[in-house]
Design a binder for this molecule. Structure first.
Ligand code: SIN
Length: 293
């Protein structure tokens, strides 16, 4: 499989202004890849920032085994309530709206999950995440990705110069569904909220490319600016980062696995009918170092 695998990597949007962003790896069973096949996938993940694998039949242990090829796994993030991870497998975060015996089996409900980078409020956020679709609603619940290299490249010179050398506070109070994480007391002032400071413009440690690193908008703050100035500047940067022409929206099928580079992408999820069922299992691969300029 490995000698021909590079022929199975198909860009998802070849006509887009950022045509390398996202690729599908076709005709592959992730339970059966060899080391050379894995190296092709790893390089494609660096080159394309997110990869789609359709038609997989993975157990939780298969998902963990494939994820571990990329490195040590992070445990599921702390969430609002409900079951956070698969019993006995703290590496698998459950994203679901399903209520069973009166309790949520996972996190994030059925509402919108706003644009974010996974766990960027930590000093060393995961370098990658994988999301595997077990049950999906008939409509809604699509997941979009944005390209933080293209976001940086699209900035006018004056914004690029203003952003370079700055750090941004990444809030750890709220998750992307808008829920307060367990054990956190919300603060009104982002400067006092829990979370890490990271450079606003980072260099990707593997590709060497420059990218914007925003994390999430809510309760973000640019160090050294007063709150209104920081909010206005962040709003300008976010408009470039989430420019629709540079983003991709994935419509899920059961058996899809999407792997993204958490350093140079952000993602969001559309809301869906709360009476429908959506169950996704996610792993997150530890970052080797904090994001760096
Ligand atoms: C996530 O933020 O990892 C969840 C995205 C989704 O539910 O599609």
């Amino acid at each position: 499989m490995s000698s021909t695998l590079s022929h199975n990597i198909k860009p998802l949007r070849p006509a887009a202004p950022n045509p390398g962003f996202g690729a599908e790896v076709t005709a592959i069973d992730l339970r059966a890849i060899d080391d050379a096949g894995f190296e092709t996938i790893r390089q494609a993940w660096i080159d394309h920032q997110f990869l789609l694998f359709r038609g997989q039949s993975l157990t939780d242990h298969d998902l963990i085994a494939f994820s571990r090829r990329f490195g040590e796994l992070d445990h599921a993030p702390v969430q609002e309530n409900g079951q956070r991870f698969v019993p006995g497998l703290p590496e698998i975060y459950i994203v679901s709206n399903v209520i069973q015996d009166g309790a949520a089996i996972g996190s994030l409900g059925a509402g919108e999950a706003v644009w974010h980078t996974d766990m960027s409020y930590l000093p060393k956020p995961p370098k990658a995440s994988m999301l595997y679709a077990l049950e999906i609603p008939p409509s809604g619940g699509d997941t979009s990705f944005c390209d933080m290299y293209a976001a940086f490249d699209s900035l006018p010179d004056n914004l690029r110069a203003r952003a370079t050398g700055r750090r941004v506070k990444h809030d750890g109070t709220y998750n992307s569904g808008g829920y307060i994480r367990q054990g956190v007391t919300p603060a009104d002032d982002p400067r006092e909220a829990p979370g890490a400071l990271h450079p606003l413009v980072c260099i990707h440690p593997e590709s060497g490319r420059r990218m914007l690193y925003l994390g999430r908008r809510r309760m973000a703050w640019i160090e050294g600016m007063d709150l209104p100035e920081s909010a206005a500047f962040l709003d300008e940067l976010w408009a470039y980062a989430t420019e629709p022409a540079l983003c991709f929206t994935h419509r899920w099928r059961v058996g899809d696995l999407v792997l993204w580079d958490n350093r140079c992408t952000m993602h969001r999820r559309d809301p869906f009918d709360a009476t429908a069922r959506r169950i996704m299992h996610r792993t997150q691969i530890k970052g080797a170092a904090p994001p760096a300029a």
